[in-house]
Design a protein around this ligand. Structure first.
Ligand code: G1P
Ligand code: ZN
Length: 583
């Protein structure tokens, strides 16, 4: 057994190591600076109590983006030096974010050990490669992202750090092969185990969904399927689950080989970036000749996001979570005992609220970011939750889960078509959504993103909107000037959240303008960007007259969009006449 020593390396703080909505994300060239990653990792170890580190098991893996392999070796060596007993690494360093959460919660090591936390190496949906983004975040023993108390401490530590611990002489571990390697250090034995990236996760999915029912649906010649992993880590799970377990054909997978640079693409599953899938589903301007599949879905780099499409039909994420919640009990065995409650992030449309009300379910509105759902789930108050930003999930893990969302939709389709597989026509994704709107009304919804705008201008725009909130007559004057048919703003505020479980308060979580007819405008600055600022504008309008739920959503929302741009003086503050992304 090779032995190692612990070295203490002198270092100096770097500015800006403050974790954002979901961990620390920076350009690779920033992370690759001497001691940069090491500082952050040591700041994290120092922020965690010793009982979470000493003699414990940690998971280290991610979406496989550029710089991950170097980072994994560094974190292994620093874990050894900081008294960690075991590091678990998914084969080739690959684990989706939800799979990491599942591994922390479910996986049991040979000696009965469980993991106490994880370093997840991902910048989620941000592009990868030598000139693009890398990211790192820490998840706790419940499988969820570190709460703000911990991330604040990590940041604080990063501003005063003087040294870090590393086992410099520990040889690099071959992470491509499954197996264990042990080393001997000052605290005793240290082990690195490389394990299959999919086993734990697949077992969990099989305990949630009726795989036999989904298999029958996929075997039906009338049901065609397509999944695009955008060269992220989801490909590993898609091959195992959709092909090996559920019998879909190889040709139903697009971009399912993980690449360090996501093939040069932007691994974000939306109508702008999932180009190939959008084309195949008959939703792009230049449609292919062939008949689109019945069902299509995509994932982001680390496979926690999802986009759901029907044939020539887009399902908004806000509708998707509402539809899953409305059908969960009938279609998904895991929920057969009923839902404990449902939750959405504030900017997500109120489609879920209507379902919660109709089904008499507990309902929560939380700030943006998955970490806020975790407390509710740990307290047994929430079963299904989602965000407008293509995040959907449940209390089976403490992260949003892209593959889970696809399996949830396949389950709903399987249930609705149980007795129709041999018949003339299947119930389609579009049928399900239109039926949902007929029952619950429709929330027209769109989000405008202004990416990489000048940070100063973005701040001024937000300050202007907060300021304007104190003068509703002036607000309504602007609204009426833009379009007299738009209803009045009756309330405007900055969203503030008091966590019902631990009482913690989160302020400044987005600026809201609330209209008399239930429409909403929300403005937020992104917390996940790595450069400049991104302004997000969320636009929503409720329609419960079933004769009016079939309109084109951009068309229906046009007046409200104009109001949003005028109220915020978007062009004046940012110089932008168009958003970079519309979803
Ligand atoms: C974005 C999304 C948010 C999501 C987060 C992590 O954060 O808007 O819903 O939880 O990514 O995937 P933002 O950049 O808006 O802070
Ligand atoms: Zn992600």
């Amino acid at each position: 057994m090779a032995t190692f020593k612990v070295s203490r390396i002198d270092t100096k703080p770097y500015d800006g190591q403050k974790p954002g909505t979901s961990g620390l994300r920076k350009k690779v060239k920033v992370f690759a600076q001497p001691h940069y990653l090491q500082n952050f990792v040591q700041a994290t170890f120092n922020a965690l109590t010793a009982d979470r580190i000493k003699g414990k098991t940690l998971v280290v893996s991610g979406d496989g983006r550029y710089y991950s392999k170097d980072a994994i070796q560094i974190i292994i060596k620093m874990s050894a030096a900081n008294g960690v007993k075991r590091v678990w690494v998914g084969q080739s360093g690959l684990l989706s974010t939800p799979a990491v959460s599942a591994v922390i919660r479910e996986r049991v090591g040979k000696d009965g050990s469980k993991a106490s936390g994880a370093f997840i190496l991902t910048a989620s949906h941000n592009p990868g490669g030598p000139t693009e983004d890398f990211g790192i975040k820490y998840n706790m023993e419940n499988g969820g992202p570190a709460p703000e108390g911990v991330t604040d401490k990590i940041y604080e530590n990063s501003t005063t750090i003087k040294e870090y611990l590393i086992a410099e002489d520990l040889p690099d571990v071959d992470i491509s092969k499954i197996g264990s390697t042990s080393f001997s250090g000052p605290d005793g034995e240290f082990e690195v185990e490389i394990f299959d990236s999919t086993d734990t996760y697949v077992k969990l999915m099989k305990s949630i969904f009726d795989f036999e029912a989904i298999k029958k649906l996929l075997a039906c010649p009338k049901f065609t399927f397509c999944y695009d992993a955008l060269h992220g880590v989801a490909g590993v799970y898609a091959k195992r689950i959709f092909i090996e377990e559920l019998g879909a054909s190889e040709s139903s997978l697009l971009n399912c080989t993980p690449k360090e640079d996501f093939g040069g693409g932007h691994p974000d599953p939306n109508l702008t970036y999932a180009k190939e899938l959008v084309q195949r589903m008959g939703l792009s301007k230049s449609n292919s000749e062939s008949e689109p599949p019945e069902f299509g879905a995509a994932a982001d780099g680390d496979a926690d996001r999802n986009m759901i499409l029907g044939k020539r039909f887009f399902v908004t994420p806000s509708d998707s979570v509402a539809i899953i919640a409305a059908n969960a009990v009938e279609a998904i065995p895991y929920f057969s005992g009923g839902l404990k409650g449902v939750a959405r992030s504030m900017p997500t449309s109120a489609a879920l609220d209507v379902v919660a009300k109709a089904l008499n379910l507990k309902f929560f509105e939380v700030p943006t970011g998955w970490k806020f759902f975790g407390n509710l789930m740990d307290a047994g108050q929430c079963s299904v939750c989602g965000e407008e930003s293509f995040g959907t999930g449940s209390d089976h893990v403490r992260e949003k889960d892209g593959i889970w969302a696809v399996l949830a939709w396949l389950s709903i389709l399987a249930q609705k078509n149980k007795y129709k597989l041999d018949g003339e026509k299947l119930v389609t994704v579009e049928d399900i959504v239109r039926q949902h709107w007929a029952t619950y009304g429709r929330h027209y919804y769109t989000r405008y993103d202004y990416e990489n705008v000048d940070a100063g201008g973005a701040k001024e725009l937000m300050a202007h909107l907060v300021n304007l909130q104190s003068d509703l007559p002036q607000v309504n004057k602007i609204v009426k000037k833009v379009n007299s048919a738009v209803s009045n703003v009756i309330n405007a505020d900055e969203f503030e959240y008091t966590d019902p479980v631990d009482g913690s308060i989160s302020k400044h979580q987005g600026i809201r303008y609330l209209f008399e007819d239930g429409s909403r405008l929300v403005f937020r600055l992104s917390g996940t960007g790595s450069e400049g600022a991104t302004i997000r504008v969320y636009i929503e309008q409720y329609e419960n007259d079933s004769s009016k739920t079939g309109r084109d959503s951009q068309e229906a929302l046009k007046p409200l969009v104009e109001v949003a741009l005028e109220l915020s003086k978007m062009q004046e503050f940012t110089g932008r006449s168009e958003p970079t992304v519309i979803t």
